[in-house]
Design a protein. Structure first.
Length: 118
């Protein structure tokens, strides 16, 4: 399974940025799709997750500012980030729970860097 993430970059505080992550490679079905983030010296943390039925959950720190969505036909998950804060600076990783070759597995993207700074 390959997860290709796009959309990171530098943005000023209060600005917006969108991330996308497309999954490919022998996937039968995808259940959960999500975004995690990590800063050096800290554990990777969940940012947002969306289930196949469309239900979502968010970290408290991003609730109301970030929106996760998915396109099942394109096997792509999106993260729209608004009102960005310097503390949102991190490497963002997409994550999927998918069936490949009859087996459920968790797969990670390569990470895309988001920097919020003036």
């Amino acid at each position: 399974v390959q997860l290709q993430a796009c959309g990171g970059g530098l943005v000023q505080p209060g600005g917006s940025l969108g991330l996308s992550c497309a999954a490919s490679g022998g996937i039968f079905t995808i259940n959960k799709m999500g975004w995690y983030r990590q800063v050096p010296g800290k554990q990777r943390e969940l940012v947002a997750r969306i289930i196949s039925d469309g239900s979502t959950n968010y970290a408290g720190s991003v609730e109301g500012r970030f929106t996760i969505s998915r396109d099942n036909a394109r096997r792509t998950v999106y993260l729209q980030m608004n009102s960005l804060k310097p503390e949102d600076t991190a490497a963002y990783y997409c994550n999927v729970l998918a069936v490949t070759q009859g087996v459920w597995g968790v797969h990670w993207g390569q990470g895309t860097l988001v920097t919020v700074s003036s």
